[in-house]
Design a protein around this ligand. Structure first.
Ligand SMILES: Nc1ncnc2c1ncn2[C@@H]1O[C@H](COP(=O)(O)OP(=O)(O)O)[C@@H](O)[C@H]1O
Ligand SMILES: [Mg+2]
Length: 440
């Protein structure tokens, strides 16, 4: 169609093509270029578009429909993935795609021009390998016709374009032939090991956790189990969790350790368990899904993801926290998800940031956070007390102190351990020596 008309414009671009040419020479690079042209031609033919021109290391394609354009983009990336499967890292085709829509001019020769074409080209330059970025116009045109899983990237100032342009990344493309099956999220190993043969006492504390769990259907609740080392914090929480899981609760958890080498330590443990069971969830985690996948190597292998976000530290932390929050969105049965964070006095700052972020979802997430910590072991200026104070003010925090065992409970514990009732004098002296701390 010669003249003016509205269309959707798609650019592909080979990431690092100049460098590739240097590395593997012209013949190799040309061969990859031909593969690119073939993959694009196949996808565009099946989705219904017109290739305006091949650009050496990319292509310019126009579509009547924005849905068709995104469908083609996804098929292109699927084709790239299939091609890359048997190709060594250095020779892989890495492609980015940008899509815009607007009024353009089509010449006698079929070439197109106009500002929307230039914007599409700029948008493509912003995308990372395997990423599809579209403008707000395209997003609006798609509307509710198709579920592509758009993730907001915010307004961008594009080179040579005066007004900022709203950009969206299109969700991950699942390339596995069959979607991996969902399995049950495994009960956390540290909780399995934490369950004592018989939990003595602690009825009141268990009831407090139970009440918080019930209340969590209406929004985030945080139960903090507090006490000295060895008093039975992990034993209490483990026992409650094991009973809850038998009633159908979803339990995830992670530990904090004094020598944490990685930020987000407990949440990485959680992500591994959740994604291991439900790999498809990775597509719902937003712009930082690539970062999360990177943190759990080997767990998510069958999807193409946006490249890890490398924004300023605050933005990255926000997007990471958001990704973890999305990971914990209610379980299928609509019951609150239980997130156990053991030994929070050792939590890294990033993990506490995630906790604070989760708390911000107060009313939207059915989530019970259970944290344990030693109030005796908090270093000065640890951010945990402030966080707890904030949550307490919002009446979403339940403090559950774990006191020393009473003398009769010590007796019960000894009986449970040694299978016989101990003479009173023995209980007395043990009780005195251990000060009711079951660890001893
Ligand atoms: N109420 C209890 N009944 C029976 N055993 C307990 C009880 N509390 C703690 N224990 C046992 O004492 C030890 C220390 O408890 P743990 O839960 O690890 O303490 P914490 O997490 O507070 O440091 C564990 O072996 C645990 O099984
Ligand atoms: Mg413990």
């Amino acid at each position: 169609m010669v003249g003016r008309g509205v269309a959707t414009i798609l650019f592909t671009d080979q990431v690092g093509s100049t460098r590739l040419r240097e590395l593997i020479g012209d013949d190799g690079a040309d061969k990859i270029g031909r593969e690119h042209d073939r993959i694009v031609a196949d996808a565009v033919t099946s989705a219904g578009g017109r290739i305006v021109k091949n650009l050496g290391d990319g292509a310019l394609v126009v579509f009547d429909s924005s849905v068709d354009a995104i469908t083609a983009a996804q098929r292109i990336l699927e084709g790239v993935n299939v091609y890359n499967r048997d190709i060594s890292e250095a020779h892989r085709l890495k492609l980015r795609i940008g899509i815009n829509a607007g009024e353009l001019v089509t010449g006698e020769d079929g070439d197109v021009s106009g500002l929307p074409v230039a914007v599409a080209s700029r948008v493509c330059e912003i995308a990372g390998a395997s990423q599809i970025i579209v403008t707000g116009v395209v997003r609006s045109l798609v509307g509710r016709r198709a579920k592509f899983g758009f993730q907001p990237l915010g307004p961008y100032q594009l080179k040579g374009v005066v007004e900022p342009v709203e950009l969206w990344a299109v969700g991950a493309v699942v390339v596995a032939e069959t979607q991996p099956a969902e399995t049950v999220i495994p009960f956390p190993e540290f909780l399995r090991r934490g369950v004592p043969r018989l939990l003595v006492g602690r009825e009141k504390q268990a009831a407090a956790i139970e009440a918080a769990y019930g209340a969590a259907t209406d929004g985030v609740r945080f139960a903090v189990v507090i006490g000295e080392p060895g008093i039975g914090k992990t034993a209490l929480v483990s026992t409650w969790c094991r009973e809850a899981v038998e009633r159908g609760a979803t339990i995830v958890g992670g530990r904090c350790t004094p020598d944490a080498a990685l930020p987000y330590q407990p949440f990485i443990e959680i992500a591994r368990a959740v994604l291991g069971a439900r790999p498809g969830l990775i597509a719902d985690l937003g712009p930082a899904s690539g970062n999360i996948a990177q943190l759990v190597p080997g767990v998510v292998t069958q999807v193409t993801l946006p490249p890890p976000v490398q924004a300023d530290p605050d933005t990255t932390r926000y997007l990471m926290a958001e990704a973890f929050a999305r990971l914990l969105r209610a379980d299928a049965a609509g019951l609150p998800v239980v997130v156990v964070l053991d030994d929070l006095h050792w939590a890294d700052e990033h993990s506490l940031g995630v906790v604070a972020h989760l708390a911000r979802y107060a009313d939207d997430l059915a989530l019970l956070l259970i944290g344990t910590y030693r109030d005796t072991d908090l270093v000065r200026n640890h951010p945990l007390p402030q966080l707890l104070t904030d949550l307490r003010r919002e009446r979403r925090l339940v403090r559950i102190p774990v006191p020393r065992l009473t003398e009769s409970e010590v007796g019960e514990l000894i009986a449970a351990r040694f299978g016989a009732e101990a003479p009173e004098a023995v209980v007395d002296s043990i009780s005195e020596e251990t000060q009711g701390n079951p660890f001893f």
